[in-house]
Design a protein around this ligand. Sequence first.
Ligand SMILES: C[S@@+](CC[C@H](N)C(=O)[O-])C[C@H]1O[C@@H](n2cnc3c(N)ncnc32)[C@H](O)[C@@H]1O
Length: 256
Amino acid sequence: MKFRTTPYHSHLLNDTDRLSVFYEAINECDLDNKELAYDLGCGSGVLSYFLTDHFDEIISLEIDKKTFNCAKENLADFDNVEVVNSDVLDYEFTKKADLIVCEMLDTALIDEEEVPVLNYAKRFLKEDGKIIPQGIINTVELAHLERHYLHWDEGVNYETLSKTVVYDEINFLDDIEPDFKINLKLKAENDALLNGLKITTYTKLSDEIIAGPMPMLNPPLLIPLEERHIKQNDFINVELKYIMGNGIESIQTKYL
Ligand SMILES: C[S@@+](CC[C@H](N)C(=O)[O-])C[C@H]1O[C@@H](n2cnc3c(N)ncnc32)[C@H](O)[C@@H]1O
């Protein structure tokens, strides 16, 4: 099937690994009832398209008018899909769904609206309903960055200086507190100049499918820290704070 898209959604469509994991999770989704699914932030409509074979009814919400127009055109031949141009937070839900699909992901859920949207929309999920993705796992490492400013990993040189530590796990069925703060204790693996943290997010599509970072799905985030010379086996204590859904400007770090 050919999709009409905006340039941004065309990049999302071209990341075929990203599409594959969603396709598998939707195909393998084990639910007793498959009456209604919501696709929140449907973009080009590609995930709604994956849902069309499985659900009696799909309601697909998209905030951006141009993107909504593309999705409406792309899904015009499917009688079981209704595409609505609306902010999820303003939409008047009238029915509870068996499944919510919501791909408003970004590394550690900081820069997109996954958390505020799901905190609101999951009250319109049936008791035995499911969410795809199911949640995320965040890891952190000490790093030496060549670019000493906040950026996503685009393969530009940096070096990690500690083992990878899981610092947070989120299940999307739980209510999620957007204000996040943690005191990290990370052990240096060698003598080095420390000037950053690397955060990596793994996406739990389902119990069986966990996806690592991809170009258009949670690429690792590199966060600058004040420069400090560290020695092998030093413990480095850092406070990491951010607000999920409030953008990368909300990230703060300090040595403890
Ligand atoms: C990362 S894209 C994913 C698009 C599509 N689901 C896909 O997987 O290719 C997230 C989409 O959510 C939309 N979006 C963001 N916040 C929204 C909100 N509050 N209500 C509705 N749509 C929203 C964006 O405009 C964007 O199209």
